[in-house]
Design a protein around this ligand. Structure first.
Ligand code: PEP
Length: 252
């Protein structure tokens, strides 16, 4: 039985003080009435230290929004796996479409970072998804299949089973245009079949596949009800405690 995972990607939002307040609200609500879902939040790097102190010892886990593949070195502006671990992160988002589209992240880079994340003990949340042009050209499965294959290529079956996949159609991110539950399920089922082919049935049965792309309190339950949707990666709706917590509870 796969445990539902709800992750919030705060992107470049919230000062450290604002982040501390949001994390406190999320922590308090989740601790007050235990939720069956696993909850991960990914604040900006500048807030990780303060948020880490807030969630320490609580069921809320912390993620980096990206990372470099090296532990240290002359990489201006980057953050290393060692630094994320030092700040209390247990997870790291890799290959987000904004990283791919705006910052030149490649399949090759995601492949390398996934390996490093596992080596360092961070759970990689591996983002894959097609653009609108690719969907309209009927290339969804080709693109998603290629990104998935690269992300998992260097992982053994056990390692792959511990990773998390986030299917995020680029056309649904931050646009208010959500994939229908059926569209999400279709691609999630494809992803699980591909993982069965590459890493075996046990891995395909264990690995969690999140949906991301304009998940909101009013559409979360229908998406999470799909057989192969094991959680959500939430952007805009995770910036307010109330809407994020509604999505967390929709997974119950
Ligand atoms: C995201 O950026 O991962 C995301 C899913 O954003 P939004 O929920 O705002 O579409």
């Amino acid at each position: 039985m796969r445990k539902v995972l709800i992750a919030g990607n705060w992107k470049m939002h919230k000062t450290a003080a604002e982040a501390e307040a949001l994390a406190t609200a999320i922590r308090d609500s989740i601790t007050a009435s235990s939720v069956p879902a696993e909850v991960v939040i990914a604040p900006p790097f500048t807030a990780l230290d303060r948020v880490s102190r807030v969630v320490k010892g609580s069921p809320v886990a912390l993620a980096g929004q990206t990372m470099h593949a090296e532990d240290k070195g002359a990489f201006t502006g980057e953050i290393s796996p060692a630094m994320l671990l030092d700040l209390g992160c247990t997870h790291v988002i890799l290959g987000h479409s904004e990283r791919r589209q705006l910052f030149g992240e490649t399949d090759e880079g995601v492949m390398k970072k996934a390996r490093v994340a596992i080596d360092r003990g961070l759970v990689p949340i591996l983002c894959i998804g097609e653009t609108l042009d690719e969907r309209e050209a009927s290339r969804t499965f080709e693109v998603v299949g290629r990104q998935l294959e690269a992300a998992l290529r260097r992982l053994t079956p056990d390692e792959a089973a511990s990773a998390v996949i986030a299917y995020e159609p680029v056309w649904a991110i931050g646009t208010g245009r959500t994939a229908t539950p059926e569209q999400a399920q279709e691609v999630h089922a494809f992803i699980r079949r591909e993982i069965a082919r590459s890493h075996g049935d046990a891995v395909a049965g264990a690995i969690r596949i999140l949906y991301g792309g304009s998940v909101k309190p009013d559409n979360a339950a229908a998406l999470l009800a799909q057989a192969d949707v094991d959680g959500a990666l939430v952007g805009g709706a995770c910036l307010e405690a109330d809407s994020f917590l509604k999505i967390v509870r929709a997974g119950a």
